[in-house]
Write a protein that binds this ligand. Structure first.
Ligand code: HEM
Length: 519
C-alpha cells in the first residue's frame, strides 16, 4: 500500500503506508464503532428507558462476568438487581427480565399468540434442533405435536408398571446397601433410576443403570462436565457451539437406528421414537441428526430434573422429623400394603401432594431463566405497585425465572423454609409455581415427573423411617450422611440445572436394614 506525498523539490512521490498505520486505523474505527454502539444502547435504543445497571445495557459481558468468572452466579445477582431496580429490568443489551407473577400468563401464553424462544438456550446446550431448543413458534408447534400424544396423562398412567419396576430396583439396591449398614450416594442412584425409566419409554429398552455395580457413574459425570462446559461458555461465545457441534454421536443414536430399521416399525407405536418415526413430520425432521438432539434432550430433561427434585425432597424430609412422621402416617393409612400403590391414589393425598409441591417450589429443577419473544405483538407489563405501564416492543426477548418468583416472600413467606402448611392452607398457590413454566412450551414431561415423584417417594418412605439415634427402631432407617443443605442440596451454581457446590457429593444416606440392637 502507498500514499502520494509532495517532496521538497515539488515533485509528487509515492510513500508506502506502514501496516501499523492500517492496523491503528482499523482499531480506531472499531473503537469508535463500539463507543457509538455503547452510547446508542445506553441512551437511545428501544430498551434504554428500562431500569437496570448501565453496564448491563452496554454489554452482555456484564452478565457473562457473573457466569464465567464467578461460575454460574448470575442467577443470584439477578435477585439483587430486582431488589435494587424493581420488578422489570434490562439484564443485557437485548433482553428484559421480569419478576412479577402477574406477568406469567402474558409471557407464557397459549397457542393463539406466537411466542418464539430466544436462540441462546438451544445454542448453549448444543441442542438447537430439539423441541425444547426450537426458536420459532410454528416449527415448535409441529415438533411438539409429534411428541405430545406420548406424554398425556392417560398415556403416562399406562407407564406406571415400568416406573414401579424401576422403583423396585431402587428399593432392592437400597436394601442391599442397608444389609451392610452402608452409605448410599442417593444423588447418583436417583439419577440412575430416572434414567432407566425415561430410556425405557423413549426407546423400548431401559438403560438399566440401576443394575450396574457403579450405576454407570461415568455417564453422569460426563453430563456434569458437559453442562459445566456448555453453560455458561457456549451462551456467551457463540462460535464455540459450531466447533463443538460436531461432537461424536450420542449413545442413543444406535437405539434410534435400531427402531428405524426394525421390521415391525409401522405396526408398533409402543415407544416415543416409534411414534416420531411413524408420525406426520416431514423426512427432514426425522433425520438422524435431528433425532439425536431430540433424544439427548428427552433423556436429559427426563432424568436430572426429576432426580434432583426427589433428592431435595428426601433431604428435607430427613431433616424435618415431624413432617416425615405425618407423611408416613398418611401413606400407612392409605396403603397398608406397601407393594400395592398407584399414582392415582397418591395424587389425591393432601400431605404427599403438599410435600411434592413444596419440594418443586423450594428446589426448582431448572434454574436458567426462560426467555420468550413475541415476534409480532406488543406485550404490556403493568407494575401495579407503582401504577406504571410498560409497553414492550415486538421482537424484544423477555425472561422470567422460577427461582425469583418462587422465592418471593410476598407470595411465599419465609421462602427458604420447607413449609408444607402453605400448600395445605392454599393449594391454589400452584398458580405461582413456575418450575415447569407455562404456556405452549410448558414441560412436556410434567405427568411423568409427578408420577415418578409420587411413586419413588412413596416407595422410599413407606418402608424407611428416619434414624433417630436410639438404636431401638423396628423398621429400616435412613440417616443423612455428611449432607449439608447449603452445600449439597441448594442451588449453588446455575448450569441450566441447579448444581450444588463444586466438589459436592450430593445427598448421601446411611441405610440400616435391621431393627436396631435393643440390648
Ligand atoms: C421435576 C421435574 C421436571 C422439571 C422441573 C422440568 C422443567 C422443565 C422446564 C422448566 C422446561 C422448559 C419449559 C420452557 O421452555 O418454558 C421443560 C421442558 C421440557 N421438559 Fe421438563 N421438567 C421435568 C421433568 C421432565 C421429564 C420427566 C421429562 C420427560 C421426558 C421432561 C421433558 C421435557 C421436554 C421434552 C421439554 C421441552 C418442551 C417444549 O419445549 O415444548 N421434563 N421442563
Amino acid at each position: 500500500m502507498a500514499t502520494i506525498t509532495n517532496s521538497s523539490a515539488g515533485i509528487l512521490s509515492v510513500q508506502p503506508i506502514s501496516y501499523k498505520v492500517i492496523f491503528a486505523a482499523v482499531v480506531t474505527i472499531y473503537a469508535l464503532y463500539l463507543f457509538g454502539l455503547g452510547i446508542y444502547r445506553v441512551y437511545f435504543d428501544a430498551l434504554s428507558h428500562y431500569p437496570g445497571p448501565k453496564l448491563a445495557a452496554l454489554t452482555t459481558w456484564y452478565q457473562a462476568y457473573y457466569d464465567l468468572y464467578y461460575h454460574g452466579q448470575w442467577f443470584k445477582k439477578l435477585g439483587q438487581l430486582h431488589e435494587q431496580y424493581g420488578p422489570i429490568i434490562r439484564v443485557n443489551p437485548h433482553e428484559l427480565h421480569i419478576s412479577d407473577p402477574n406477568f406469567i400468563d402474558i409471557l407464557f401464553t397459549g397457542a393463539s399468540k406466537k411466542r418464539d424462544k430466544y436462540k441462546w438456550l438451544g445454542r448453549s446446550i448444543l441442542l438447537p434442533d430439539s423441541t425444547g431448543g426450537t426458536v420459532h413458534h410454528d416449527l415448535h408447534r409441529k415438533r411438539r405435536a409429534s411428541l405430545s400424544p406420548f406424554f398425556s396423562k392417560e398415556k403416562i398412567r399406562r407407564l406406571e408398571p415400568s416406573i414401579q419396576r424401576a422403583v423396585d430396583n431402587l428399593l432392592g439396591r437400597m436394601s442391599d446397601c442397608g444389609a451392610n449398614e452402608d452409605v448410599m450416594p442417593m444423588s447418583l442412584v436417583l439419577r440412575a433410576t430416572t434414567c432407566d425409566i425415561i430410556t425405557g419409554y423413549l426407546f423400548g429398552k431401559s438403560a438399566e443403570y440401576l443394575t450396574r455395580e457403579d450405576y454407570n457413574e461415568d455417564f453422569f459425570s460426563s453430563i456434569n462436565a458437559m453442562f459445566g462446559m456448555s453453560w455458561p461458555h457456549l451462551t456467551y461465545i457463540s462460535w464455540l457451539g459450531a466447533v463443538l457441534g460436531c461432537i461424536p454421536p450420542s449413545q442413543w443414536t444406535k437405539q434410534i437406528r435400531d427402531i428405524r430399521l426394525s421390521e415391525d416399525l409401522k405396526s408398533n407405536n409402543s415407544t416415543v421414537f416409534h411414534g416420531i418415526l411413524n408420525g406426520k413430520l416431514p423426512p427432514s425432521e426425522k433425520s438422524a441428526r435431528r433425532l439425536r438432539q431430540e433424544a439427548q434432550q428427552l433423556v436429559l430433561a427426563g432424568q436430572d430434573t426429576t432426580a434432583q427434585t426427589v433428592v431435595a425432597i428426601t433431604f428435607e424430609l430427613l431433616a424435618c422429623p415431624d413432617k416425615l412422621a405425618k407423611l408416613k402416617a398418611e401413606l400407612a393409612s392409605v396403603f397398608p400394603d406397601p407393594d400395592n400403590i398407584t399414582s392415582a391414589v397418591c395424587e389425591r393425598l393432601p400431605y404427599l401432594h403438599a410435600v411434592v409441591q413444596e419440594g418443586i417450589r423450594l428446589h426448582p429443577a431448572t434454574l436458567v431463566r426462560m426467555t420468550r419473544v413475541a415476534p409480532n405483538q406488543e406485550m404490556i407489563y403493568t407494575n401495579e405497585k407503582e401504577n406504571r405501564e410498560w409497553v414492550i416492543k415486538p421482537g424484544t426477548p423477555v425472561s422470567m425465572t422460577a427461582f425469583t418468583i418462587q422465592n418471593n416472600p410476598d407470595i411465599f413467606p419465609s421462602p427458604r423454609k420447607f413449609e408444607l402448611e402453605r400448600w395445605l392452607d392454599n393449594p391454589r398457590l400452584d398458580k405461582y409455581l413456575l418450575s415447569f413454566f407455562r404456556g405452549t412450551r410448558i414441560c412436556l414431561g410434567l405427568y411423568i415427573a409427578y408420577f415418578e415423584l409420587y411413586l419413588i417417594l412413596e416407595g422410599i418412605f413407606r418402608r424407611y423411617d428416619r434414624y433417630d439415634g436410639t438404636g431401638k427402631q423396628s423398621t429400616p432407617t435412613l440417616e443423612l450422611y455428611d449432607t449439608i443443605r447449603e452445600r449439597d442440596i441448594d442451588a449453588v451454581v446455575d448450569l441450566v440445572l441447579p448444581y450444588p457446590a463444586v466438589g459436592s457429593k450430593g445427598l448421601r444416606v446411611m441405610i440400616r436394614n435391621k431393627p436396631q440392637n435393643t440390648e
